[in-house]
Design a binder for this molecule. Sequence first.
Ligand SMILES: [Zn+2]
Length: 217
Amino acid sequence: MRELETRKAIIDACLWMEATGMAIGTWGNISMRIEDNQMLVTPSKIAYDALQPTDLVVVDLEGNQLEGKRHPTSEMHLHRLLYKHRADVNAIVHCHPVYASAVCASGGGIPPILEEMSQMIGGEIPITERYINAGEHLLLAEETVKALGNKNAVLIRNHAPVCVGRDLEEAKVCCQVTEKAAKCYLALKGGMAIHTIPNSLVQAERERFLTRYGNEH
Ligand SMILES: [Zn+2]
């Protein structure tokens, strides 16, 4: 098995997400670039406290699974397209913290209000242009990469943030800065417009979760 230390670091980061409220259950996923064209990514649908180094999956940036018996996270396309688009990024944390998720439902991103945002994220935190169900993996990935641009954090509309870094520690700090910025922004702003998910897409996503979740690539 390759990359034992990297695998352990990813598992530690998953446990950190759960312990700090950055994610609940198995929502959220993490990857690290291990070669120019390969990444190590968390598997789909397994509790973080049960994760073993061999559960992580090696996938190339074209989406081919090279190592591992489990399915990679259903958001694997998001990770691989992001690495393709951003040569400077070597780690990606997709978390689901409360305040950033709230801003995801407001329909707008977070303007640059804290100096940490300038330093870590490169300014504002953008948001994807429109809501896309999580089952539309490739489309969601393309929209997210487009919205991220050259920033280190992006909000997926009605979903949650994706944070990136040159290494895993930096991606984790970007998660913390994003959540703090969201908290401050909500405290300052108040009375924000709320952007809801259309009913047909709510039903489609519920149906996917009940019938296919964890069994698809
Ligand atoms: Zn997610």
